[in-house]
Each structure stands twice: as structure tokens, then as C-alpha cells.
Design a protein around this ligand. Structure first.
Ligand code: SF4
Ligand code: SF4
Length: 338
């Protein structure tokens, strides 16, 4: 994608720190510097920190702990790198305007084929893993397994349902023997209900207890987005796969209103709720201060209030990721990837 080159702008490192002024860099150039592996026109893979942690330090991510997928065999990708129907304050992606570059974020202009994207993801992951071969601390067995990925997190940035062939993309990953966790903001309910293939697990982000907070925190870019999200919550029970309401929490923004959140939970009746702290990383540093990150204790206190109102039980937690799992099942469904 060609963007108009700005005369001068600043871009951020993954620590959210302004580090460089460069008069000529493009948005894709800035993303490459942040270690995004770009695929075709609108997709990307980025190394998740937990891939490294699992292979080098034996520390898996919370999704391995909760659901059994293997962090070292996971590809973190998006088919919608530059595109989303929201501009959430807590988002780590580069949003239109962040780098003095603007574009229509709500439409992917040219669509790559699902098979090309899958192929590109495998190649990007292999390239990422090449860097581990010289690391004496890397677990050799895990590294060999990692070269044969078994799971895809379709969640890196952007709204994946903007990609018209999302169902086919999920199907193409499944055909290669991978499980898929899909994360959507729920603003395109018809795209979700018409998916030709369900993911292995479906996440819907619900980051506000009501429309007023939603408009302030999630900053929708399309009309009637709240109504669309409500429609998605209403159809969640029609999915056969496990479903999750994902709540990203930022202090003094969206951590009140447990009663209203509980009504949304009742409407959607998801299998799980994941309450998770906002993390001060990527481009979110342009919009929210470090002090907006809740501690794990604060996330847990929010989760306890929600448990009380909804009847869901807190069944697990991962303090290192500041996330708490609530569930209507006694134990989460496990997806073995060996
Ligand atoms: S499931 Fe998510 S957190 Fe875990 S390794 Fe994959 S991308 Fe990272
Ligand atoms: S929905 Fe996701 S990708 Fe879109 S702005 Fe919000 S956090 Fe970012």
C-alpha cells in the first residue's frame, strides 16, 4: 500500500517511546521497524513475546495455561493490518492520523487470497524462528516443534472481519492442521454470522459497559457501531465453538459499571470472560498514559465484581499478563496441539 509521505513525523518503538524523526519513512516502513512481517497488501505476522519466552525461558502464555494451545507453536497474525472499524484508546496499532498519515481504515481496498496469506504466515514464522537457532538458551526440541506451527492467533491488530474471505482463511489454516483463535470487535455481525468456517474459539471484545463509554474508549468509525456490537452479542450463542467476551481494562476509563457489563454478559452468554489489563505498548502510548494500566489486583477486583453479578466463576488467572478467566464451565475446553 502506498501512503502519502509526510514531511516529518515521529514513530514509536514497541515501548511507546518516541525515538526517531524521519522525513521519508512510510507507514509500512515504520511497521517493519517494529518487526512486523508484512504479507501481501493487508496482512502481517509479528513475533509474540510469549513465543520467545516459551522457547528461551520456558514460560508459556496465559492461553496455553488456560486452553492448552502451545505458545511456541503459535503464529500471531492479522489479515487486516491497517484496517479497523474502531480506534480504541488502548490499541497498540498505528491508527489513521497517528503518524500524520491518514487513510480510510474501514475498507480493505484489494484482497489477497487466503492461500497466499497462509503461505506468507508460514514463511514469516520460519524467518522469525531462524533468529533463535544461534541462541544457546533456546530449547532445541521446542524450536523443532515451533517450525511446525499448530495454532494461529488471528488477533494481532485490526478488525479481521473486514477481510471478506475470513472464513476461507480460517478453513485454510484448519486444513493445514492448525487451530484458530479469532478476535473481533463485533461491529460487523453479518460478517461473523456468514463466516463459511467457524474458528476454534471466538473472542468478541467488549470494552465498555454502555454506549457512552464505548464512544469515548472504542471510538467507532462506522455508524451504529454499538447497535452492531449488541447484534453480535445476541448471535453469539449460535456459534458451536467456545466463545469469549474479552474486556480490555484501562483505569478511569472502563472499569466501572459492573451491573451494565453483567447485562451484556447475560445477552451474549459466552463460554468465558477474559478480563485483562490495558498494556502500555505500541502506539497506545500516544493515547493513554502508563498510569492507566491497572494492576493485576485491580483486574481481579473487577473480575470479582463481575463474577458476583453474572454467576460466572473465576477459574484461573495469570498475574504476569494481568488477566483473569471467568467461566460458566468448571474447566476450560483444552486444545491439545501436540
Ligand atoms: S496465543 Fe496469543 S499470547 Fe499466546 S503465543 Fe499466541 S499470540 Fe502469543
Ligand atoms: S478493535 Fe482492536 S484493532 Fe481495532 S482499534 Fe480496537 S484494539 Fe485496535
Amino acid at each position: 500500500m502506498i501512503f502519502k509521505r509526510p514531511k516529518i513525523f515521529r514513530y514509536l518503538t514497541n515501548l511507546g517511546e518516541t525515538v526517531e524523526k524521519n522525513p521519508t519513512i512510510t507507514l509500512s516502513g515504520a511497521l517493519k521497524k517494529q518487526k512486523y512481517h508484512l504479507i501481501g497488501d493487508h496482512s502481517a505476522v509479528k513475533r509474540c513475546k510469549w513465543l520467545y519466552e516459551s522457547i528461551v525461558n520456558g514460560r508459556p502464555c496465559y492461553k496455553q495455561k488456560f486452553y492448552g494451545i502451545k505458545s511456541h507453536r503459535c503464529i500471531q497474525m492479522t489479515p487486516s493490518l491497517y484496517y479497523c472499524t474502531q480506534q480504541c484508546l488502548f490499541c497498540w496499532r498505528a491508527q489513521s492520523g497517528d503518524l500524520q498519515v491518514t487513510w480510510d481504515e474501514t475498507r480493505i481496498p484489494r484482497l489477497d487470497r487466503p492461500e497466499e496469506i497462509v503461505e506468507g504466515c508460514f514463511k514469516a514464522q520460519e524467518k522469525i524462528l531462524t533468529g533463535y537457532k544461534g541462541n544457546p538458551k533456546a530449547d532445541w526440541r521446542k524450536l523443532q516443534e515451533a517450525l511446525r506451527p499448530k495454532h494461529v492467533a488471528i488477533s494481532l491488530t485490526g478488525e479481521p472481519t473486514l477481510y471478506e474471505s475470513l472464513g476461507e482463511l480460517i478453513g485454510a489454516f484448519h486444513q493445514k492442521g492448525l487451530t484458530t483463535f479469532l478476535v473481533s470487535n463485533g461491529t460487523l455481525p453479518r460478517k461473523l454470522s456468514n463466516l463459511s468456517r467457524e474458528p476454534t474459539q471466538l473472542y468478541i471484545s467488549v470494552c465498555a459497559p454502555n454506549e457512552e463509554v464505548y464512544k469515548k474508549v472504542c471510538r467507532p468509525q462506522i455508524p451504529n457501531a454499538w447497535e452492531m456490537l449488541m447484534e453480535t452479542l445476541g448471535l453469539l450463542q449460535s456459534f458451536r465453538c467456545p466463545t469469549v467476551l474479552r474486556m480490555t481494562l484501562a483505569k478511569e476509563h472502563n472499569m466501572d459499571g459492573a451491573d451494565e457489563y453483567a447485562k451484556l454478559v447475560e445477552k451474549a452468554s459466552p463460554t468465558y470472560i477474559e478480563a485483562k489489563a490495558y498494556m502500555h505498548i505500541g502506539f497506545s502510548g500516544l493515547r493513554l498514559g502508563f498510569e492507566r494500566m491497572p494492576s493485576h489486583a485491580e483486574v481481579k477486583s473487577f473480575a470479582s465484581r463481575l463474577a458476583e453479578k453474572t454467576g460466572y466463576k473465576i477459574i484461573d488467572e495469570a498475574p504476569e499478563s494481568r488477566v483473569v478467566l471467568l467461566s460458566k464451565l468448571a474447566k476450560p475446553v483444552q486444545f491439545a496441539t501436540d
